[in-house]
Ligand binder design. Sequence first.
Ligand code: 5GP
Length: 192
Amino acid sequence: MANNFPILVDRINRDGKSLPGGILKVDGFINHQLDPQLLYAMSEEFMRRFDPNSYNKILTIEASGIAPAVVLGYLAHKNVVFAKKKKPSTMDNTLVTEVFSFTKNTTYQICCSAEFLTKDDKVLFIDDFLANGKAAAGVQDLIAQAGAELVGMGFLIEKSFQNGGQMLRDQGIHVESLATIASLDDCKITFA
Ligand code: 5GP
């Protein structure tokens, strides 16, 4: 049963655009222009849904996960690590994995220094969208390589007509999505 956060639902209804191919465009408040008041409200909601005592670190993926992760990290007093999409030449001791992107139809690498993700970490993963769960699976791989523990995964928007949410919940992972979209058919946004 979806637990939709009304402030985000209202904003998606007002400013989100459903594009052909099941893509939701939220450039005006999540993916390009950012709304700090909305980010703050969403992070407060994540504070309610994930006990800050259960994790010591927030992990996200650049670029769009960084803003919500940092605002939550500020409220929860936790460091935030973002997986990079390009390995810097200065980074050694790196954890690397591959992610397939359906929206871009390409495979890309994400990496993280083993210095900032270790066996002592209890990790909360935060990202903008959950669709087929490929980015989330890549992050699970990085966490496994580090020997860290995954505590939960929080997404701003889940598209429940794709199978990522089911795949993660079937593994017993604590998944929270602030807005769950059941359909984008006929370019109409229908919430779960
Ligand atoms: P997944 O790995 O779960 O298949 O897809 C998640 C990633 O794809 C997100 O981090 C996001 O960057 C991108 N993505 C998937 N669906 C959408 C969408 O409908 N709109 C936007 N803006 N990004 C999406």
